[in-house]
Design a protein around this ligand. Structure first.
Ligand code: ADP
Ligand code: ZN
Length: 630
């Protein structure tokens, strides 16, 4: 924490027990303290909340935080209170009298941080309150969390966010700080423009935009061919249970129906799982969220509707039972794993039909909504990019970073990411790469470079389809030449040939066809070979059984340490239940693990552990010391 001012450093250590700020946190906090407009883009789990929570402690002025989700507001306030940091939340769940009391405490300086729902802050009453607070020089900043909700180009547009610009008129000299995890430049620009960022504290009228690193080194990405989503998910969950990591699992499905089916199958496999989607009634949804947060439910099988309302920081596994519809969605959803910074796994179960299913859905819903061709095409392109990320078989960390316009560098001292199926060598090298490359290219050549992946794969596998017969493609010499290879493997080989520039995709209206790329002829003639990798799960059943899954764990706990970890979790659960807060609010798993490793023998030593500030030390220190000594 070399760049942060001592006052900031002190506050972070005293209240949160963190000895360092993460990159970009210092800059964002500095902007908050200095009173400059600013947009901070950090990935999920990157630590955005700290950026707006710290400045009031340093400036002594109030910050109003606009936040879209009641459940998260409540948990955040409780967490802050446990840290000895008084805060409050104003939303539809509290009555007028309570709201007035909060505002009174704010005016009197008893609290300096208030979270409020977007629809609340734009009411006339609240706006005039803000104006008077600003006039009294008590309002230090307005923070807008999940700021991408303001943009139609984001994945979670909320019309009520549009009106937040009105706050700038009410308090024209108060700086506004926006926060989001959405990385696309278009959304960023939209946020800056709509909130008029750059107006306060910025010399040239240009907003400071702080973009953090998007790579999440603690996540291990895996893609597997989907054979049986329930079986494969259950196996992954059990692997984590055996490792004793004590974390939760989120499984994402494409449709509501899918979530219900999969949850039911998992229950039959004796996995503690529930379905979650926007079609369930409010009470059921609340109940699932609650049980997941309180760690009495291990697995939630959900549509993308789930996650926004969940802050559980020890999600150790995110499974995609179907390919997500864009790399942005994938980043967002996998981002919910390992928010505590501890190792976590992201498993994607893929079948090439997923992309087709998305394409159909997008066309259908866009037709219903009367969307223009351009925006439909843009969405279809996102699906194609996602498919490419899956099947190009390059380092997943590198490909994700590059997609977000950032250069990837492996962790220090390592030659590769060490945290994806490709780099971990879990994919098989295809011994027959030269011949397969030649056959695929000649199939493309012999069909005059006029067909897409699905049809080429049909030809190579010797499929007896209407289209194959009509074009007499069953007469080709390449027909059925690769019939021993599974569909996903062939589709992946084609994607790899595209990545190696032996093939190119041409998008023509609704259709995507393949044609020769710069290296095509050389590969077809066998003068050059593109080394092909085989996605796991597409080989023979035997080779599959030989492979033992590796669970990510940077520094595995010994058997004895695991038992101690379990015990501390138990202690944490008791405290959480007693105080009616989710366990992660008491201490994160990262903190428990460090306690297990360090085994502090005194309260002073305990204060050195990451995540233990003064207030929590006082409240829980003795209890945990006792548990550690036993
Ligand atoms: P975001 O809102 O960006 O998704 P959060 O603010 O919820 O992320 O923070 C994610 C996790 O990281 C939390 O458990 C938080 O306590 C932890 N965290 C934040 N900043 C730091 C830090 N400087 N050092 C250690 N842990 C941190
Ligand atoms: Zn990698």
């Amino acid at each position: 924490m070399t760049t942060a001012a001592p006052a900031i450093q002190d506050a972070v250590a005293r209240v949160w027990g963190f000895s360092e700020l993460r990159p970009m946190q210092s800059a964002a906090i500095a902007a908050g303290v200095a009173g400059r407009d600013c947009l901070t883009v950090l990935p999920t789990g990157g630590g955005k909340s700290l950026c707006y929570q710290v400045p009031p402690l340093v400036t002594g002025k109030a910050t109003i935080v606009v936040s879209p989700l009641i459940a998260l507001m409540r948990d955040q306030v409780r967490g802050l209170e446990l840290n000895g940091y008084p805060a409050a939340a104003i939303h539809s769940g509290i009555d007028a009298e309570e709201a007035r009391a909060i505002l009174r405490r704010l005016v009197q300086g008893e609290i300096n941080l208030v979270l409020a729902a977007p629809e609340r802050v734009v009411t006339p009453g609240f706006k005039s309150f803000l104006a008077s607070l600003a006039d009294a020089d008590r309002l230090g900043a307005i923070a807008v969390d999940e700021a991408h909700c303001i943009s139609q180009w984001g994945h979670d547009f909320r019309p009520e966010y549009r009106r937040l610009a009105e706050l700038r008129e009410v308090a024209p000299r108060v700086p506004m700080q926006a926060f989001t995890a959405t990385a696309t430049p278009r959304v960023r620009e939209d946020i800056v423009r709509q909130l008029n960022l750059g107006r306060v504290g910025c010399d040239d009228g240009k907003a400071e935009v702080l973009v953090g690193t998007f790579d999440r080194p603690n996540l291990t990405y895996r893609v597997r061919a989907r054979r049986d989503a329930a079986e494969q998910t259950a196996e992954a969950v059990r692997t984590h249970q055996r490792a004793g990591d004590g974390g939760g699992t989120i499984v994402y499905c494409l449709s509501r129906k899918d979530t219900e089916n999969l949850a039911e199958q998992l229950q039959k496999l004796r996995i503690n799982a529930e379905a979650y989607h926007a079609g369930l009634n409010e009470k059921t949804r609340r109940d699932v969220e609650h049980r997941f947060s309180n760690e009495t439910l291990d697995v939630v099988v959900a549509t993308v509707a789930f996650g926004m309302g969940i802050d559980r920081s020890n999600v150790r596994l995110v499974v995609h039972a179907t390919m997500p519809k864009s790399i942005e969605a994938y980043q967002q959803e996998t981002g919910r794993a390992g928010r505590d910074g501890e190792p976590a796994e992201c498993l994607l179960l893929y079948n090439p039909s997923d992309a087709t299913r998305w394409e159909r859905l997008i066309r259908m819903s866009n037709a219903e909504m009367g969307a223009d061709a351009e925006s439909t095409e843009a969405q279809l392109n996102l699906v194609r990019e996602m498919r490419r990320l899956i099947s190009a078989m390059g380092c997943r960390h590198r490909m994700l970073s590059e997609h977000f316009g950032q250069k990837y560098a492996p962790p220090e001292g390592l030659a590769h990411c060490n945290a994806c199926d490709v780099c971990l060598g879990e994919t098989e090298a295809e011994g027959d790469s030269k011949r397969i490359g030649q056959i695929i290219l000649s199939a493309v050549a012999r069909t005059n470079q006029r067909y897409g992946v699905a049809h080429i794969v049909d030809i190579l596998r010797g499929a007896d389809t209407e289209r194959v017969r009509a074009a007499r493609h069953d007469q080709l010499t390449v027909y059925a030449l690769l019939k021993d290879h599974r569909k996903p493997a062939l589709a992946s080989f084609i994607d790899q040939l595209v990545a190696a520039e032996a093939l190119e995709r041409v998008i023509d209206g609704h259709f995507e066809t393949l044609r020769f790329g710069p290296r095509g002829v050389a590969v077809m003639k066998g003068e050059e070979t593109v080394p092909l990798a085989r996605p796991v799960g597409t080989g023979s059943a035997k080779s599959e059984r030989r492979r033992r899954d590796h669970t990510p764990d940077a520094a595995p706990l010994s058997f004895e340490e695991k038992q101690l970890f379990e015990k501390l979790r138990q202690v944490r659960m008791e405290i959480a239940t007693e105080r009616a807060v989710p366990p992660y609010v008491v201490f994160s798993d990262a903190t428990l693990r460090e306690l297990v490793r360090v085994r502090p023998e005194s309260l002073d030593a305990m204060l050195e552990v990451k995540g233990i500030g003064r207030a929590k030390l006082e409240a829980f220190g003795e209890t945990f010391l006792h548990a550690l000594k036993d």
